[in-house]
Every structure is written in structure tokens, then in C-alpha cells.
Design a protein around this ligand. Structure first.
Ligand code: FES
Length: 161
């Protein structure tokens, strides 16, 4: 349980906000909850909701909105491709489809070696540089713009070596 594992950290986070505004700590608490496993289960979301007295639906909507929170376990590298309209107009859908085809997975899946997960996300604020994606690992996030499937596969093959 989150509150048993990190009682001090939780209290320190809550102290940063007025007592009648505990809900403002939701993002920081989710980040803490996700730290160990790399993703947020329903029980973890429920616990965060209970700590700050909001509904699990509110918590789940935040988790679903931000690409930095994950609802499923993933590979060592999480490739998140923007397919929002401006990027779709620059070929992002085809890019995503072909990338997955090359990796032998479907969108949202992880390669059998556990190395790469490919996900579809909303705007990453680089609309004129599509196709683009962000790569999340446990400790980092980086952006790759003006991509082709060949360039992306070169990057993935570099990770494999
Ligand atoms: S729409 Fe894709 S980065 Fe903005």
C-alpha cells in the first residue's frame, strides 16, 4: 500500500497545499505511485483518490489525459507517437502503422523481448515536425522529430545492440 510504503513522502507532498486543496497534490501523488512499477493499477489510483478525497474517475481521467502516466506495463523504451490531426496530415498514422508492422506488434503492444512499447498519443507540441514521437524510459524522456520508419528502426536497433 502506498500510504504504508511512503507515509513521509505523502505527508510532505500534502503539506505543500492548503488542507482544503488536497486534490492539488494529485499529479505528484500519481508520480510517486508510478515510481516503483512504472504504471498505475486501479488499486493505486483508488489509493491516490482516497488520500485526497476525490473519485477514482477523476484520478483515471488525469491518468488517461497525460502521456507521462501509464495504465499498463510497458517495455524498457516507450515510444509515443503523436497522431493528432496536424501530425496525421503529415503522415503520422502511416508512420505509426508501418513502425508497428516492422516491430511485429500492434499499437499499444510491447515487442516480445520487452524492449519497445509503441503507443498513440495526442499533441506533443511539435506539430510542424511530424512524424514525431517521444521516448520514455524509467529515468528519461527525449523527442525525435521529422521521423521516418527507417530512422526510427535505426534508433531501435541501436538500443538492441
Ligand atoms: S498535433 Fe502532433 S505534435 Fe501537435
Amino acid at each position: 500500500m502506498l500510504s504504508e510504503k511512503y507515509p513521509e513522502e505523502i505527508q510532505n507532498l500534502l503539506k505543500k497545499y492548503p488542507s482544503d486543496q488536497k486534490r492539488a497534490a494529485v499529479m505528484a501523488l500519481l508520480y510517486l505511485a508510478q515510481r516503483e512499477t512504472g504504471y498505475l493499477t486501479k488499486p493505486l489510483m483508488q489509493e491516490v483518490a482516497d488520500i485526497i478525497d476525490i473519485s477514482i474517475t477523476d484520478v483515471a481521467s488525469i491518468v488517461g489525459f497525460y502521456s507521462l502516466y501509464h495504465e499498463k506495463t510497458g517495455g524498457k523504451y516507450r515510444i509515443q507517437v503523436c497522431t493528432d490531426l496536424p501530425c496525421a496530415l503529415r503522415g503520422a498514422e502511416e508512420f505509426l502503422e508501418k513502425l508497428c508492422e516492422n516491430l511485429g506488434i500492434r499499437v499499444g503492444e510491447t515487442t516480445p523481448d520487452g524492449l519497445v512499447t509503441v503507443e498513440r498519443v495526442m499533441c506533443l507540441a511539435g506539430c510542424d515536425k511530424a512524424p514525431l514521437f517521444q521516448v520514455q524510459t524509467k529515468d528519461s524522456i527525449e523527442y525525435h522529430e521529422n521521423q521516418s520508419v527507417e530512422k526510427a528502426m535505426d534508433l531501435i536497433n541501436k538500443w538492441r545492440r
